[in-house]
Design a protein around this ligand. Structure first.
Ligand SMILES: NC(=O)c1ccc[n+]([C@@H]2O[C@H](COP(=O)([O-])OP(=O)(O)OC[C@H]3O[C@@H](n4cnc5c(N)ncnc54)[C@H](OP(=O)(O)O)[C@@H]3O)[C@@H](O)[C@H]2O)c1
Length: 307
């Protein structure tokens, strides 16, 4: 695996169609912009059509000939996921699916999705599981599925007996649990792909600690009150990075021709830096957990996922 990856000089993505969930904001936005600049046709799957249009206009200011589409998607409602998948299947073949969108701020008290799933695990994992399964027939033979992992999995333990925080809810724990599930899914999908000799790949990326205040400005997308921007710059410039750099591990997972299925990319200095391969937390990457999670996800989403 090559480590001479230059996030500012991507290989051409001409001819590839790439779906980015949550492509209208944050890391998803910069992922979409960077891939569009490299020539990909990028589909922003976003819950707000207006914010998606604003993001497309922002990308076009940077990349005037960008090929862009948008599809409505709310990951906290499985009916919306199914509608989005119907629409996305018409754009086949899809060469990459970037499961980026995320609820990053947990409510103080436990909440549930339209389908009764705990909100964070429902939106960040179960919705993406269903989307990936429903899009499976539309993926190219060498397609990549990229999940958005997190270092929060190192700070809060996986509790296989209480994945949806029924017994105990704490906001950060619920977020970290949702990311354990994202990790578990990525590595289980990788194992299943290898077992079948598939040409498709499952990868994981985490952006480090990525904030808007340190990112390049994109009017309408990265707007912050001046005070908040200044505070973020002062507080985080030594430990974090902009969401534009936070997109680098994600983009590497999508675009590095040498990237292998099962690779987890993240910044070299943990919270910031050059995108490099990393080791995941063992608990959520384990085959036993992965197999249990897959069955649970099929049952709770009502979507069968045959690889
Ligand atoms: N920033 C970090 O330091 C960091 C660290 C580790 C992992 N991550 C992960 O990176 C990903 C992106 O984070 P970010 O910092 O870019 O967050 P962000 O700026 O808050 O953007 C989140 C994106 O997800 C979308 N989204 C939220 N709920 C959704 C739903 N129910 N259905 C569809 N889309 C939804 C948002 O749409 P709206 O614009 O409509 O709200 C937005 O486009 C997340 O998965 C997060 O967990 C981030």
């Amino acid at each position: 695996m090559s480590d001479r990856w230059d996030p500012l000089a991507l290989p051409s993505q001409d001819g590839r169609t790439i779906v980015v969930t949550g492509g209208n904001a944050g890391i998803g936005y910069f992922t979409a912009e960077q891939l569009a600049r490299a020539g990909a046709r990028v589909v922003l799957a976003a819950r707000s059509p207006e914010r998606a249009r604003t993001a497309m206009a922002a990308i076009r200011r940077q990349v005037p000939d960008a090929a862009l589409d948008t599809v409505a998607l709310d990951l906290t409602a499985l009916a919306s996921v199914a509608r989005a998948a119907d629409e996305l299947r018409t754009l086949r073949p899809l060469h990459a699916l970037v499961n980026n969108a995320g609820l990053v701020v947990s409510p103080r008290r436990r909440e549930t999705t339209a389908d009764g799933l705990e909100l964070l695990t429902g939106g960040n994992f179960f919705g993406h599981f269903a989307l990936t399964a429903l899009l499976w027939p539309a993926l190219a033979e060498d397609a990549r599925v990229v999940g958005l992992g997190s270092m929060s999995t190192r700070m809060s333990r996986l509790d296989p007996g209480d994945l949806q925080s029924v017994r105990r809810y704490a906001p950060f724990r619920a977020y970290a649990m949702s990311k354990h599930l994202v990790h578990g899914f990525a590595f289980e999908l990788d194992r299943r792909l290898r077992a079948t000799g598939s040409g498709r790949a499952s990868l994981l990326a985490h952006p480090g600690f990525a904030v808007t205040g340190l990112a390049a400005r994109r009017p309408g997308v990265t707007d912050l009150p001046a005070g908040k921007r200044a505070t973020e710059r002062v507080l985080f410039s030594l430990v974090g990075q902009g969401k534009d750099s936070g997109a680098w591990p994600v983009v590497r997972a999508v675009a590095d021709p040498d990237a292998e299925s099962g690779t987890f990319y993240g910044p070299s200095r943990v919270l910031a830096g050059h995108p490099v391969p990393l080791a995941p937390v063992v608990s959520s990457a384990s085959p036993v957990f992965g197999a249990q999670l897959w069955s649970l996800a099929e049952r709770l989403t009502g979507v069968r996922f045959e690889v």
